[in-house]
Design a protein around this ligand. Sequence first.
Ligand code: ZN
Length: 304
Amino acid sequence: MILLSTPHAFGYKKPNNITPDIVARMGDYVGNGGGVVEQDFTNALLNLPLYIEDCLLSLNCELTQQEEIDLKKILNIARLNSKDSEKLIFLSGKDSGKLFYTEGENRVRLAVTGLTNDGPIFINSDLLYEDIDNRDIPAINFGQIVALLIHETGHLTGLENHHYLDYLGAKVSSNMDLNKKRIDYFLSYNKQLSLEVVNFSSGYTFSTIQMYYLDKSFSLTPDFRKKISCEDESLFPVGMKLENIHWGKEYSISPDSSIVPFKGWITITCFDGRGMTWIEERVFEAHLQLNSNATYSIMKMIIE
Ligand SMILES: [Zn+2]
């Protein structure tokens, strides 16, 4: 169960905005699949520690001493949050009384959190999509979600200054964007397929690979972790980096699915379990099978 200990709306005060009926309905919203934006939130929460660590290592972030101290505190909470599948709670603002409403500013917030790190982060699901021609179009992108989660996690460490947290969030998010490559593909059946790969400075981290297909967002990183191996079989991968990524030629196996190869360079950090690491620079070819019911699999992975 989630403990609703003294929630603050952005640290202004202690509102009694979380009414019993909201608490009663919370279970319905915790960890629900949702659409592409909800999935992006879940993946951003999961990967937030990686983005923060990279900002702490990277010169691009140009952190002051104080920012570094605060970001390390945020990192500690982000690591706990990434293991908590009930951290994010999506609620419709319309049905949630004044939970997302900040009095005095007369505005509705996208997210609200408490000032203690065991509290949930509430996301206003009314503001995640825009209705364009009766289609739900994401109103917030992955980088903005990362910045927002840094902001909210910052509140969970006790920091109250919203502008400062926006600034820290922007630093982490723009460092991530600098290390991101996106490739798009238009499938023969007129649907778009996109991949976003983020590399990290540390050789001991796996690149994150996010796939967008049929209004869904998937993380391919676990698939890659499972399918890659070191050339020397006594070693095992502890990190990977993907570069020069591009698409191969689509081929179809049935009316309901098609296969698109995704290729590039892969650098694998291989560890012997005792203290030695080797770097293997190789090429990969992952054959993505995409099905019309919005599921996928990596049906073949070649590493040479
Ligand atoms: Zn705030």
